[in-house]
Design a protein. Structure first.
Lengths: 285, 285
DNA sequence: GCATGATGTTCATAAATTATGAACAACTAC
DNA sequence: GTAGTTGTTCATAATTTATGAACATCATGC
């Protein structure tokens, strides 16, 4: 029992005969007879009563006709779903905590409005875990902090973030690495690229030599900085989303402060929802 | 795209590879590769991403997998429905008005309790229309009043009805045909076999010479007889179901009064619900 | 009664599809 | 580096499906 058998069967019933079905299907009559007989033996049931060279649908045929209808309709739907131009299904997206809090909501809202048939599974993580997740196919794409070095990954710049150092109001102004000597650095758990920016600015003075306090929430980090626990390097866009009146911002040299947030994905894999997202980002710029 | 393609596809996904799928399906690997590639080109979409000699389900593959699941499940259900031993679907049954009122309810209740998946479409009619309906396949079977002469129809005796003449209490006793001289005969519209019984009893005195009043309801007939409009010939079993205290019964000679109610059907057509009904009737006797 | 034009079936053969097995290429793990 | 994976390709075999001719039955009209 396959779909073409069912299609032939359905046509015979609808057209009310072998000959008319054959005409409609552009096949020869004997073929229809054979396929019907074959279908009958494959389901081990008589589908038609034969009487005076005429076919009459039997109760079993009636039963199968119902299923044939459903099956053919469903198969048609499957083909349409696949050939459909609009993306659908699950789209597994990753993003940094900071991006999720600041820039992502607007994009996600627009994306969902444009492609309501796509369910976005959002996972947050650090630059490194997200990059690995995309490479290992646990994610389809991710917004991260560094353009990946891996050859299998492709990327496009989406946002430019300005990183600022924040401290409590009591802290004296920060202009050079030396100005934070002795301070505790509050940062995301390891793997976050923004820490590497800080390292580069500090130069030799590696983070290993300064005290690091790890927190997995920007809300918590800003709150801790405000209460004088330490200093932190955060994207300016994130500060706009949290209570940030109680922290002082200190600018970094442009070469350090400006980082791009790229969208990364596996090169050469045609994921419809991802293609759609890239187009949407390009046109929104 | 056919069901076996989908089955292969589903197995590849479930088993996580071509080779394991081939083992499970008792086929050679190259066959699976080919069928998958063929399926991909038939739906014009990439179902798997190939990377380092491994297959990874693509979003389109994910989509198709959902449909494949549904389709295969539905096909399985269809086969079970057909091979199922218990009858199901629509069963088109006919019966005389009298049978419907008197003997049928009990049988129908039992039948429905035994075979809840069968929907009985009951149609009432006269002996002749019902017989024609069965012969012409508008009905699967019918309870009628005469064993059919047609060769294509088969039958079995189910009930024996005792026909009685009824009149108003004012009417003098009826023993011979002469006793109803001048009376109006109230009967079902033409086609009812019980009228022919009356004709046979009357002998030469054909119904054409007596006044006939046609009513399509036994309730109405009994009520009219009670009020003295005329006489009627009805099955005794029907009288039990209507207000019959106001009519007088007159026995007919046994040879006329006893008629069997046969169930008739098209010979040599295997309708599961009908077979079930016949078995049920036999065992209920 | 007899030809005509329907119907569906059967059968040998042709065409197309599907399955096989061998050879191959690329990657993993020891 | 070698053995053991993986999936692909290709020529060939096996199977399935389509064709066309011959046939049988029935309804219709003259």
């Amino acid at each position: 029992m396959n779909l073409s058998d069912l299609h032939i069967f359905k046509t015979v019933v609808e057209e009310g005969g072998i000959i008319r079905a054959a005409r409609k299907l552009h096949r020869v009559q004997s073929n229809i007879t054979t396929r019907i007989k074959q279908l009958e033996s494959s389901v081990d049931a008589q589908l038609f009563f034969r009487d005076k060279q005429r076919l009459f649908l039997s109760p079993n045929g009636e039963l199968l006709l119902g299923y044939a209808d459903k099956l053919l309709r469903l198969a048609e739907e499957a083909k349409n779903a696949l050939s459909g131009t609009s993306p659908r299904g699950v789209f597994r997206l990753g993003a940094l905590e900071s991006t999720t809090a600041s820039r992502l909501p607007k994009i996600l809202a627009l994306f969902h409005k444009t492609y309501p048939d796509v369910r976005v599974d959002l996972k947050t993580g650090t630059n490194d875990t997200l990059t690995a997740d995309v490479a290992d196919r646990r994610l389809d794409a991710a917004f991260v902090a560094e353009t990946p070095s891996s050859k299998v990954l492709s990327h496009m710049a989406v946002f430019t973030e300005k990183l600022v150092l924040i401290s409590s109001h009591q802290h004296s102004s920060i202009r050079r690495p030396l100005d934070i000597h002795g301070d505790t650095v509050i940062a995301f758990p390891s793997g976050c690229a923004y820490r590497r920016v800080l390292e580069r600015w500090l130069g030799d003075r590696s983070l290993a030599s300064v005290r690091v306090f790890e927190l997995a929430s920007y809300h918590a980090i800003v709150a801790c900085v405000a209460s004088g626990t330490g200093i932190a390097l955060v994207p300016e866009s994130v500060l706009a989303t949290v209570q940030s009146a109680q922290v002082t911002r200190h600018a970094l040299p442009k070469i350090h402060s400006h980082v791009v947030t790229p969208l990364i994905w596996r090169r050469a894999e045609q994921v419809p929802a991802l293609v759609a997202l890239r187009e949407l980002i390009k046109s929104a710029r």
